[in-house]
Design a protein around this ligand. Structure first.
Ligand code: FES
Ligand code: FES
Length: 182
């Protein structure tokens, strides 16, 4: 049995201490926005925040997380997909298949908390998540948009989806591309 603070709620889960946090989030708690990619801390699809730091939940055991640790998943990043990173992702239509994007968004949000005005170098250093679809250029542009450091552009904070750009957040809080992935 473990007690976890997930997206501001305290939850008890009946699992062995060596169970990866990713499986608890997906299987026990039902938060399927966090994805399984490699399972060995390489791809970043499983990224969540723990106490504000981006962490790869496939490689963290439940037993190593205390009830006081604040776990935030893509579903808890904002109540209505209004985080500046989420808005920028929608505005620039970043996702392709979408599978990696929850992790990308969590990594980008953590980066902007630490470095609100990141350079390209800061982004390249922080964003080590893998995207099989190669959306890296749009990810970089969206981070600059969210930060207000896009060339000639202001901050995304005051932008909506814009005319002709339907806002279609997936039910799990992640951004959906052409294909829904669960
Ligand atoms: S699934 Fe965790 S890093 Fe790939
Ligand atoms: S793997 Fe990144 S959008 Fe498809």
């Amino acid at each position: 049995m473990a007690q976890l603070n997930i997206n501001g709620r305290s939850q008890q889960v009946d699992v062995e201490p060596d169970t990866p946090l990713l499986w608890v989030l997906r299987e026990q708690v039902g938060l399927t926005g966090t994805k399984y990619g490699c399972g060995v801390a390489q791809c970043g699809a499983c990224s969540v925040h723990i106490n504000g730091e981006v962490r790869r939940s496939c490689s963290i055991t439940v037993g190593s997380v205390t009830p006081r640790d604040r776990i935030v998943t893509i579903e808890g990043l904002s109540p209505d997909s209004s985080h500046p990173v989420q808005k920028a992702w929608l505005a620039l239509d970043v996702p392709q298949c979408g599978y990696c994007q929850s992790g990308q968004i969590m990594a980008a949000a953590a980066l902007l908390t630490k470095k609100p005005k990141p350079t390209d170098g800061d982004i390249d250093e922080a964003m080590t998540n893998i995207c099989r679809c190669g959306t890296y250029q749009r990810i970089r542009a969206a981070i600059h948009m969210a930060a207000g450091t896009a060339r000639g552009g202001g901050s995304i904070i005051h932008m909506g989806g814009g005319p002709g750009q339907p806002v279609t957040p997936a039910g799990d809080g992640s951004m959906s591309g052409p294909a829904e992935v669960h």
